[in-house]
Each structure stands twice: as structure tokens, then as C-alpha cells.
Design a protein around this ligand. Structure first.
Ligand SMILES: [Zn+2]
Length: 393
């Protein structure tokens, strides 16, 4: 009897070992942060293979082909959700072209654009309404999006913010003490309407706020922080200084930030200073080398997915943009402009944080993040395959 029981146990143990061997490696929650040259598109894939694409970059083949490359790399053949944070050309420009190449099951947005008096916005809104009929959800803060084991909560939409704290959150935010409101009467009014999402996979948390702006950051984060902390923060609004207050960034206390700046959009001194003084920040990764940041502020090259040609880089270091280019006229923290080096090529015209500059059309690289339920995650730069793992806390 005993022998038989032992034999059965041995068989069970063997079966268990076989089952373990067949279990695929621990599934991850994957993210692709794409180079849209200062626009935005990020792909999220749950461990069960469900997909959310947030925004589609600018119109034209450049951004479109980059999105398709990421979808192909991830083996994604249809999207469960396409979220349009707001209706600006650098966020919805690739919408129409993308739908010709990949089926989308469901569309998410903040409601009708408040810039509907602009003809280009009105034309897009008409197309959007027709395309998304019966497959569209207009979300509000607190709404949950069913997303394959990743808890996905709307934290901002149509200038409304989450006010009921998430479990464990709701404590006073010390970073509110230094918040100074801005005159936002001249910013594009659809930005603060951006749909913002918080993703939680086990202990891993990441946030994407679109182009949410400075003053509404205070509405969201002050006096009490309803979100708590995040592991990974996508800089709000491409890292331009209309967004990214300390109240937001220091309140969220990210371990890692990714800035989806372009060559001449985002990456201004104020944004860097807020990030580099954020308690607990371990690393900043960048989609692009930022001219505004120069050698003083840009992250080490291995953390930057897209860098300039060496000659262009050298010129930007030798001839940094004038101080007023840092922070759009708010020169705080900007390094002094150096005199042009003898014989140097003329400097590119200085551009402010929100200025548009030519994008690069050559090969583009993404930053990929893979997160595990224990809260650990790995960030990889597809340009140089530099990878860094962040252990669970
Ligand atoms: Zn934008």
C-alpha cells in the first residue's frame, strides 16, 4: 500500500514538474512608447494580449509606419481600444490611416471637441463621429476600462478630474504648497480636456495624461492626491512647460519617467528641473535628444531612443539656444548661453518648448517597457538595446 501511494506521489510530482515546464514565462504588461517627433502614440498590451493604443501621432506616412512597426513587433493584429486623448493633429493625425490597416473594436474619447469652431477640427469630428458610431465610449473620471487583468481607470477627461481617491490614496500632497497658477487663456483649449488613464498591473502602476495642463494638474492633485504614486510616468504634454508641475510630478513620485519630446518640442529646463528634483526618481528616459536641454539637461545618451547626427549634436552643444528658449521665456534654471565657437556652423534658430521644428524622417526607435505583477519592470531602448531592470519594491 505504502509503496503504491509513494509511486502515485512520485507520478503526481512528475506531472507537476511537467506542468511547470509547460507554463510559459511569467507574462508581462508591455508598453511601446513611440517616436512621433513631439506628437504622441503609446501602445499597451496586457498579459492576456488585449491592446490599447493611445493616440496616433501626426498625419502622414512617417508616424503611421512607426505605429505599424510597433504593432508588428508586438504581434498585434487588432486593437481592442483606440483612445484619442484630445483632438489635436499630433494626437489624432494618424487616426484615419490607421483604421485602414488595423481593425479597432472600440473607441474612447472625452466627448466633442471644444475647438469645434476650427474647420479642421470640425472636419475631423465629423469623420470621427461617423467612424466610431456604436463603438464609442465617452469617458469620465472614475470610469474603468475592462482591460485584460490590468486595472485601467480614467483619472481625467473633459477638464474633469478624479476626486474620489483610489484605494490607499487620498493623502495630502505636500508638493501643492509651491504651486503657482498660470494664465492659460492662450493655450489650445482642448489640451486640459485630455483623457488621462492610470494602469495598475499587480503592484506596477503607470499613468498617461495626454496633454493635460498646469492648472488642471492642481485640480487633480491638490490638496489631496487621489491617485497615489506611480512607477512609470509619461511626461505630460511631451515635456513642454505648459504641464508637468511639481504638484503633479512630485505628488506621483515616479521611479522612472519617459519624456516623449521631439527635437525641438519639450525637454525644457523647467521640465528637467522638476523631474530631476522629484523624490525617488531613479531615471529619466527620452524619446529624443532635446535641443532645449543641451548637454546640461539631456539624459545620458544610452537612455535616449533617438539622437541627432553627430555634426548636428556638436553644433547644438557649441551653440546652445538662447536662454529665452528654455521654458518659453521663463529662464529659471536655464544655463547661460555660450558664445558661438569660432568657425562653428550657425546655430539652429532657438525654439521655445512648444515650438515646432522639423522632425527626423529616418529610422526611428521606441522605448519598450515590460512590467511584472510584482512591480518590477524593465525598460529597453530599441536603438542600442540598452536595458535596465527596476526591482520590485
Ligand atoms: Zn501634443
Amino acid at each position: 500500500m505504502i509503496y503504491k501511494a509513494m509511486k502515485q506521489l512520485a507520478t503526481l510530482a512528475l506531472l507537476a514538474t511537467a506542468a511547470l515546464a509547460q507554463t510559459p514565462a511569467a507574462k508581462t504588461f508591455d508598453m511601446y512608447f513611440l517616436d512621433m517627433e513631439g506628437g504622441h502614440s503609446t501602445l499597451y498590451i496586457t498579459p492576456t494580449g488585449q491592446t490599447i493604443l493611445i493616440d496616433t501621432g501626426s498625419a502622414g506616412d512617417r508616424d503611421h509606419s512607426r505605429i505599424l512597426a510597433a504593432l508588428k513587433d508586438a504581434g498585434v493584429k487588432e486593437l481592442d481600444y483606440l483612445v484619442s486623448t484630445h483632438y489635436h493633429g499630433d494626437h489624432i493625425g494618424g487616426f484615419e490611416a490607421l483604421l485602414k490597416d488595423i481593425p479597432v473594436k472600440h473607441f474612447i474619447d472625452h466627448g466633442t471637441s471644444i475647438e469645434i469652431d476650427r474647420p479642421v477640427v470640425a472636419a475631423f469630428q465629423k469623420l470621427y463621429d461617423e467612424t466610431t458610431a456604436n463603438k464609442r465610449t465617452i469617458v469620465k473620471p472614475g470610469d474603468k476600462i475592462p482591460f485584460g487583468g490590468v486595472n485601467t481607470v480614467v483619472v481625467t477627461s473633459h477638464s474633469k478630474v478624479l476626486k474620489t481617491p483610489l484605494p490607499g490614496a487620498g493623502k495630502p500632497n505636500a508638493a501643492c504648497a509651491t504651486f503657482e497658477p498660470r494664465d492659460e487663456s492662450r493655450i489650445d483649449p482642448d489640451n486640459p480636456n485630455s483623457v488621462g488613464l492610470l494602469f495598475t498591473y499587480g503592484k506596477f502602476r503607470t499613468i498617461n495624461l495626454g496633454d493635460f495642463t498646469w492648472n488642471v494638474e492642481k485640480d487633480l492633485m491638490c490638496p489631496n492626491n487621489p491617485i497615489g504614486t506611480v512607477d512609470l510616468y509619461l511626461t505630460s504634454h511631451h515635456g513642454i512647460d505648459q504641464s508637468g508641475s511639481a504638484a503633479l510630478v512630485h505628488g506621483l513620485r515616479p521611479r522612472v519617467a519617459i519624456m516623449h519630446n521631439g527635437q525641438r518640442k519639450g525637454g525644457v529646463a523647467q521640465t528637467y528641473n522638476t523631474l530631476y528634483t522629484s523624490p525617488g526618481l531613479e531615471d529619466l528616459w527620452q524619446i529624443h535628444w532635446a535641443f532645449s536641454g543641451g548637454s546640461e539637461y539631456n539624459a545620458p545618451g544610452r537612455f535616449i531612443a533617438n539622437v541627432e547626427e553627430p555634426a548636428s549634436l556638436a553644433n547644438s552643444i557649441l551653440n546652445p539656444p538662447a536662454a529665452q528658449a528654455f521654458g518659453r521665456g521663463r529662464g529659471a534654471g536655464a544655463p547661460p548661453a555660450a558664445p558661438p565657437a569660432p568657425g562653428a556652423a550657425p546655430a539652429a534658430p532657438a525654439r521655445g518648448g512648444g515650438g515646432r521644428g522639423p522632425g527626423h524622417d529616418g529610422p526611428a526607435f521606441w522605448i519598450k517597457v515590460s512590467a511584472k505583477a510584482d512591480g518590477s519592470f524593465t525598460v529597453t531602448n530599441s536603438r542600442n538595446q540598452f536595458t535596465k531592470s527596476y526591482a520590485a519594491k
